[in-house]
Ligand binder design. Sequence first.
Ligand SMILES: [Cu+2]
Length: 552
Amino acid sequence: MGAFHFSSSTFCATLLLFIANVWLCHGMTRHYRFDIKLQNVTHLCKTKSIITVNGKFPGPRIIAREGDRVIINVVNHVQNNVTIHWYLGSPWADGPAYVTQCPIQTNQNYVYNYTIKGQRGTLFWHAHISWLRATLHGPIIILPKRNESYPFPKPHKEATIIFGEWWNNDTEAVISQALQSGGGPNVSDAYTFNGFPGPLLINSALNDELFFSIANHTMTVVEADALYVKPFETDILVIAPGQTTNILLKTKPNPKHKTYLMAVSPYFTSSGTFDNTTAAAILEYKIPSKINVSHNSIIRVTSRDLPRLPSINDTSFVTNFTQKFRSLNSVKFPAEVPKKVDKHFFFTVGLGTSPCPKNQTCQGPNNRTKFAASVNNISMALPSNALLQSYFYGQNGVFANNFPQMPLKKFNYTGTPPNNTNVMNSTKVLVIPYNSNVELVMQDTSIISAESHPLHLHGYDFYVVGQGFGNFNPSKDPANYNLVDPVSRNTVGVPSGGWVAIRFKADNPGVWFMHCHFEVHISWGLRMAWLVLDGKLPNQKVPRPPADLPKC
Ligand SMILES: [Cu+2]
């Protein structure tokens, strides 16, 4: 799922307008209340009760300015345990269940409280427990500080588009059944624009990165993951789950048509089975009646009107596209890439297997194993207590602190897989001193099959300094790093059958989750946690937890 914050200029496009009430706020603290409750929703001719915030799908948007404090009271009225992640790097308000907090139980509440620092643009919030983010998600719009402007022309209108999936089945049942059988989970039934499956349903895909395009229009990308980028033009976007981006859309002064189709379709590189749908939505021009245009309408839309999208496994398009991202790197928004590195890490990421329990049949690889996924061959088991509390209060036995800095066994990561494909299960964290300059190379493995993995690091924006295909070569590849204006973001695709190198300064103490943003892979264990130690000064330490922090 990714939030698009569309911006249109020069002509009126009937996209959602949301900036209305922001100007009225004087205070720098903004309060929200999120009631987690069930709501009946009808899509694809089926009515279903889904878990929502305030009865809305997608959920309500958060609007704030950079520098504002946001306080959100989340009240849980459903039977499921709930947590929410906000992408804003605040240790006790980050949200991943059993990592930074115990879940909010039925009839309990928790007040998330954070201050927005160093981020501007669009993010989103979503549930961070099991697969609840399928319906529990919404946009976060971060406007520039008061009296500051965008580093690009101010759009005439702004709108937010969230891509999601619609599932006819209950997603909690889907993942629970998959983990039991060891096989791949069922797949979604449609993609959605702002919660609605489009008028065209061609086929279907699960948990995937998406291509997006608008017929006959070019977009200008200006921001990614709430950080400005050097503007570049494209007809097609690629967006991974967890990623957000802002584009400027220059509307046509003399449009030939009243409506144009927008479409999303999946980018999928694995050999697994998957659904394959394209969803479409309409960009409609509000045209003065005296201007004559062809009034093609929703009912008459055909696939001929769809924008051209790349083929499903077009990795070369994705590579080309991702390499266009560069930090804005202006005087005001410099790229502060760590030039020297204190800590080098190398992680393999990918799928593997777990043995099938005795007296059970399994539906994973070879029909006699269960699917699993790992980082450095460790499939992270979530503890029954949250890691951050355990660390803060010095409780022993919840996690070990010896997560490996590199794979324990070397092999040809993108070549013939090793005979033993089993992963290890444990709860380990990787401890790093405050203010370390970290370089991490993430290497895809082809153990089950090569596949692109959108890796999300909590608590930090990192610089993407290099990427390539095949196995990372530590003696040659760093020479090609971009240490001048690499893009900074919080979620990056590890290329299918390749590697990506990131750098960040570990100046945000806490326990920070890192995981693949495909829900199925996180469920299989493609997740780990960093423990960034406190610095010496009071403002370099994890603060005391709030009094209402949920207990397990
Ligand atoms: Cu993955």
